[in-house]
Ligand binder design. Structure first.
Ligand SMILES: *Cc1c(COP(=O)(O)O)cnc(C)c1O
Length: 393
């Protein structure tokens, strides 16, 4: 097989492109995770993650994919037979709800058409109707990566508060953390779930739980079986910069470097960069005369954009030709969107020219795959980027 020249364009919405600085940091000798030298690494990662989640409470780091941290959030706070409220916003919300059911929770799954985020009014109605407070937790996916749709976490918090409902608020921020504005403390989130391979610019393999004191209190009474995911031992060890079992030491080197990069850029600038590249992407999609899958502009994701193809066109054929000809990976349609939607990841270590290359690959791919479209998507995106530049200059 011919060696593809140049860099692979990894434009799926996670894993994302890992910056050289992070790769170099990972490429260091593994050290003794019980030795004195480790604690400094452990502490800098645990402390640094608090700033990213915007919390003064502890953040835990697990050696697992994001799915593991979903499980940790549930098993540490809930008991068999507890009711949880979840919303069908897309594939990841569906999988998290399925996990809750698998673990023995009773899931009240509010159906959705995958084109909208959580409806805060619907959440409010469900919570007010639950007078006996049987619902112990509300599950929200902040950025539904399968659809490119953001849910309003603060509005769900208000729904809980207005109903004077004591349920815990559990939020999946796996594809929004360090890409889109997220505020664990200010939004009153009890457990935030994160992952390493999206906005954090790391390879897969680390996951996170940011907690509230209410969540920690709930963990004392929670009866779902747990051992590997148990917060208690994790928190006790983390207090000294250590872990109860072997941590993913080399990924922690990478995390320390990624945290440094986020701090150098400034989180607000990171969010602005993502918002701007996302808007440029949407302008390209509209110029192509294709449809943005998200129905409500207020809910557009800044991490990824899902694009609906005209009837009868195959997203997998488009992705195949883009990979084959241009060495670029685009996101597939998942679950209910399979076959008709493709996704452009524009999160993590990403800039104007990487977006230009990405959109060029898509536009050429649309032509090669015979998908009816107008030309000019790239130009529309670049015009927007230059316009933004002269505004801020
Ligand atoms: C990627 C993703 C997950 C799954 O994470 P894994 O690391 O694959 O286990 C869950 N939720 C959202 C919103 C995601 O984007």
């Amino acid at each position: 097989m011919r060696h593809p020249t140049g860099r692979h364009f990894l434009q799926i919405p996670g894993p994302t492109n890992v910056p050289d600085r992070v790769l170099r940091a990972i490429d260091n000798p593994t050290i003794d995770h019980r030795g004195a030298g480790f604690a400094e690494l452990g502490k800098s990662c645990l402390e640094g993650m608090k700033a990213v989640f915007r919390t003064g409470n502890p953040v835990m780091i697990f050696p697992s994919s994001g799915t593991g941290a979903w499980e940790a959030a549930l098993v540490n706070t809930l008991s068999p037979g507890d009711r949880v409220l979840a919303f069908e916003t897309g594939q990841f919300a569906t999988l998290w709800a399925k996990m809750a059911a698998d673990l023995g929770l009773r899931v009240d799954f509010v159906p959705g058409d995958w084109r909208r985020g959580v409806d805060p009014a619907e959440a409010a109605a469900k919570l007010s109707a639950d007078r006996n407070h049987e619902i112990k937790a509300v599950l929200v996916v902040h950025n539904e990566t399968s659809t490119g749709i953001r849910s309003d976490v603060a509005a769900v918090r208000r729904a809980l508060d207005n109903a004077e409902h004591p349920g815990l608020l559990l939020v999946d921020t796996i594809s929004s953390l360090a890409a889109m504005d997220y505020r664990h403390d200010e939004w009153g989130v009890d457990v935030s779930v994160g992952g390493s391979q999206k906005g954090l610019m790391l390879p897969p393999g680390l996951s996170f739980n940011a907690v509230s004191s209410k969540a920690i209190a709930a963990s004392k009474d929670s009866k779902l079986p747990k051992s590997y995911w148990r917060w208690e031992e994790m928190l006790a060890n983390n207090a000294r910069g250590f872990f109860p079992y072997t941590p993913a030491t080399n990924l922690l080197y990478g995390l320390r470097e990624a945290l440094k990069m986020l701090q150098e850029e400034g989180l607000e600038n990171v969010f602005r960069r993502h918002d701007r590249l996302a808007e440029a992407t949407r302008r390209a999609v509209r110029a192509w005369n294709l449809e943005i899958w998200a129905a409500n502009p207020a809910e557009y994701s800044s991490s990824d954009t899902a694009v609906l193809l005209p009837d009868g066109c195959s997203e997998s054929a488009l992705r195949a030709v883009v990979l084959e000809r241009f060495n670029m990976s685009l996101g597939a349609g998942l679950g209910k969107t399979a076959g008709k939607v493709f996704r452009i990841g524009h999160l993590g270590d990403f800039n104007d020219l990487m977006l230009a290359g990405t959109l060029a690959g898509v536009e050429m791919g649309l032509g090669l795959a015979g998908i009816p479209h107008r030309k000019g998507g790239i130009a529309a995106a670049l015009d927007y980027l230059i316009g933004q530049e002269s505004e801020t200059a």
